[in-house]
Design a protein around this ligand. Structure first.
Ligand SMILES: Cc1cc2nc3c(=O)[nH]c(=O)nc-3n(C[C@H](O)[C@H](O)[C@H](O)COP(=O)(O)OP(=O)(O)OC[C@H]3O[C@@H](n4cnc5c(N)ncnc54)[C@H](O)[C@@H]3O)c2cc1C
Length: 343
């Protein structure tokens, strides 16, 4: 376990916001975490904030408290049969490394989530998703340690209340109360590619790959290529991926919008609701590629807000609020932040 005082978080958030935390603790195993929690973190300042790679955080100020980082990176096979394998992965493992490992082992299902930044533990908190797959499709259990008393508590998938970019761990009652220590995934032994989304077929064909005979590695490589082409690399330009969630609106409102904008893109959610890409709404409001001081909107993907250099949390927040106001004024739709603001 390592404890650092007055430590810079610059390399621990992909927005590259230059803030410090009073204390940062990186622990190596569950026992270390349990012991600190049982002891009420008595030697450390509160609040306690568990983070992963900081790829979905926006720090508004220096963090006056203790930041926890997990170094638990084990992968264990719990059980398997001819068709399914259940694997437990440590929360501190980089999600993309885990996905690469799974494909190498012939364990399938997570390919479409390739290259999403962050750790395994956070993936279960955030319910990450891309190209028609959500991580909750393959989660069986989320194993946690209570930060109040150090006790183990395990949540079956059905208890996690998963929905689009949502889980029970994001609710006020659970947020900050539990540290995810490992996640159990149910993966398939037989590869069934999910190709329905986001230009995957076109890209595979562009590479000369037969879509009826695609391998998991080929699918992963194509998804990585699409993402690298579309999204800014946080190592080059600070960002946290999609800043806003795609709004789900009532069909009546959608119909009104469609009368004015015939080609509004949308996905039907159910009889009453339609999802509209926030990127389209933002682009219609003229924000694509624009900047405001040290904060900007990416020139290829308007859903991504970027740090133009030296931005503070409040610069990004001010830009986000301006965009929210404009979208609301024009379409009557409130777009909500996917990124977690940390005060
Ligand atoms: C370039 C880019 C592209 C992205 N693309 C996508 C995408 O396609 N789809 C998508 O869904 N997301 C995407 N994201 C967002 C991000 O990758 C995910 O939200 C990811 O799960 C965050 O992981 P992290 O380890 O960085 O978590 P952090 O950002 O550090 O934390 C996220 C939340 O999880 C909590 N948390 C983290 N670890 C733990 C733990 N062990 N126990 C309890 N709570 C914990 C934190 O407190 C925080 O509330 C993208 C981000 C970037 C920068």
């Amino acid at each position: 376990m390592q404890v650092k005082q007055n430590y810079s978080l610059l390399n621990h958030n992909t927005f590259a916001i230059d803030v410090r935390a009073n204390v940062v603790i990186s622990y190596d195993n569950e026992e270390e975490l349990k012991e600190m929690a049982r002891d009420g973190f008595s030697n450390y300042p509160r609040p306690i904030l568990h983070i992963g790679h900081g790829s979905n955080l926006l720090f508004m100020n220096d963090f006056e408290g203790t930041v926890l980082l997990s170094n638990i990176t084990t992968i264990e096979v719990l059980r398997e049969d001819d068709t399914e394998i259940v694997v437990r992965a440590g929360a501190g493992l980089t999600m993309d490394d885990f996905i690469e490992h799974c494909i190498g082992q012939g364990w399938y299902g997570l390919e479409n989530l390739s290259l999403i930044p962050g750790q395994v533990g956070a993936s279960a908190v955030q319910n990450i998703g891309a190209y028609g797959v959500e991580v909750c499709d393959h989660i069986k259990r989320v194993n946690c340690v209570s930060l109040t008393d150090g006790k183990e508590i395990s949540f079956a998938r059905e208890e996690c209340d998963y929905a689009y970019r949502h889980s029970i761990f994001k609710t006020p009652e659970y947020r900050g109360a539990y540290a995810v220590v490992s996640v159990e995934f149910s993966l398939n032994k037989r590869f069934t590619p999910q190709l329905a989304y986001g230009g995957i077929v076109k890209s595979l064909q562009g590479e000369g790959i037969d879509i009826n005979n695609v391998s998991a590695k080929q699918l992963r490589d194509v998804i990585i290529a699409i993402r690298n082409d579309k999204l800014p690399d946080p190592k080059v330009q600070g960002n946290a991926g999609s800043f806003f969630m795609n709004p789900i609106v009532r069909k009546e409102l959608f119909k009104e919008i469609q009368q004015k904008y015939i080609d509004v893109p949308h996905y039907t959610i159910d009889e009453q609701h339609v999802k509209i890409p926030a990127a389209w709404l933002i682009e219609q409001c003229g924000w694509k590629g624009r900047s405001h001081g040290k904060a900007g909107v990416h020139h290829k993907q308007p859903l991504v807000l970027v740090n133009m250099g030296g931005a503070r949390g409040e610069d990004i927040k001010a830009l986000a609020e301006e965009i929210q106001r404009d979208v609301n004024a024009r379409f009557g739709i409130r777009i909500n932040a996917e990124v977690n603001y940390i005060y």
